[in-house]
Design a protein around this ligand. Structure first.
Ligand SMILES: Cc1cc2nc3c(=O)[nH]c(=O)nc-3n(C[C@H](O)[C@H](O)[C@H](O)COP(=O)(O)O)c2cc1C
Length: 357
């Protein structure tokens, strides 16, 4: 009910605020006998953590995770896995001027309206620091999924008008951009953006390969609906597309339907999902993230007394939140897919599936 838990069988509950003492999670329903230690989780947390390039927030957090329970002699026991990360680099005084003022585009006004109280330091629970524990949960789900041959990878495919053309998931650059040929253009773009004290939106692609068919349930739990919920639960995500996504609007049925032959589908406009059930093809999910609302340009806003005031946001912020979002969206994807596989197994364990894509 309170919205801090994700999943049905593989279940993640997170707790903690940006400037509180710690972030934590309980993962219940993880299969037993999965090899797990802190280093497995740490690898993914290190991909998400702030301060890794000059194009992201300069907050320095070690994000060192500790496993509190659910692992014995290097393997999961099937009991709840407790995780904790202590916060280290809080600079709460940067946020003192937000105590009584609502940042436009952030969650200050809605948290205040809903609960009548809010932890204004660093965005409290609405800060992207909360997502560290999603990445930790995702690292564990990924371990389970990889034993089933399912692989999830992703990266940035659009920043402003700069679009990736040749997608390469192995590419490594400070923008997490999947087309290396655009890196110089991105550097120039961000240099200009920083001078203008502004921010920009981005689009992330998450790809699932090795996906078994038959996963997802009609009708309210369609796999695309579950994935959209997983993605939309991430801060700043404003749109989710599957497969051909919004481009279906201009397509004809004759080109959009994916023809089927003995070796599988001839195209993948459906994004690997038909009727809410996976067809065994790759699943491509696109998530569009809005530009960071906390920029240092002065703005007009409202304070808690309902007076119109001027605000200049201080603190360390990401000029493009999308640059750090890939590990978070991958984590939500793996947890969602693993959960859906476990649900399918619960009901359809006796079904022989013959269609090999
Ligand atoms: C990886 C990541 C980093 C973010 N960093 C910031 C930031 O530095 N400053 C900020 O104002 N918002 C940042 N956000 C976005 C806010 O968390 C988000 O806009 C806020 O919680 C309101 O939620 P909504 O945009 O989903 O409505 C970030 C989001 C993500 C995914």
């Amino acid at each position: 009910m309170s919205g801090n838990t994700f999943g049905t069988i593989f279940k993640l509950t997170t707790f903690g605020e940006s400037h509180g003492s710690a972030l934590g999670a309980v993962i219940d329903g993880c299969p037993p006998n999965i090899e797990l230690d802190e280093s497995v989780i740490q690898q993914d947390l290190d991909r998400r953590k702030p301060g890794q390039s000059k194009f992201v927030t300069q907050r320095k957090e070690g994000d060192k995770v500790e496993i509190l329970s659910g692992v014995f002699e290097g393997v999961t026991t099937g009991t709840p896995i407790g995780l904790i990360i202590r916060n280290e680099d809080q600079k709460s005084k940067d946020y003192a001027n937000l105590k009584d003022k609502f940042r436009p585009g952030h969650a200050d006004i809605t948290y205040q309206e809903k609960y009548g109280i809010r932890d204004y330091r660093g965005g409290g629970r609405a800060s992207a620091r909360e997502t560290a524990m999603r990445v930790a949960g995702g690292a564990i789900a990924k371990k389970v999924l990889s034993s089933l041959g399912v692989k999830v990878r992703g990266g940035v495919v659009q920043v402003g008008d700069i679009k990736a053309k040749d997608i390469n998931y192995e590419t490594k650059n400070e923008f997490n951009f999947l087309d290396e040929s655009k890196v110089e253009e991105l550097k120039e773009f961000f240099a200009k953006l920083n001078k203008e004290q502004d921010s920009i939106g981005a689009k992330i692609l998450v790809n699932i390969s090795g996906m078994p068919s038959g996963i997802g349930s009609p009708v309210f739990s369609k796999l695309d609906a579950e994935l959209a919920k997983a993605m939309m639960s991430v801060n700043a995500v404003k749109a989710v597309e599957i497969g051909t996504g919004c481009d279906v609007v201009t397509m004809r049925g004759s080109e959009n339907r994916d023809k089927i032959n003995k070796s599988g589908f001839e195209s993948n406009n459906s994004g690997g999902i038909l009727g809410g059930i996976s067809n065994g093809d790759e699943i491509n999910i696109y998530a569009s993230l809005k530009p960071t609302s906390s920029i240092s340009q002065k703005t007009k806003t409202l304070d808690i007394n309902n007076d119109e005031v001027e605000l200049q946001v201080k603190g360390r912020h990401d000029p493009c939140v999308g640059l750090r979002a890939t590990p978070i969206l991958e984590a939500m994807t793996v947890m969602c897919i693993l959960d859906q596989i476990l649900i399918d197994r619960g009901q359809c364990f006796n079904v022989q599936r013959d269609f090999k894509n």
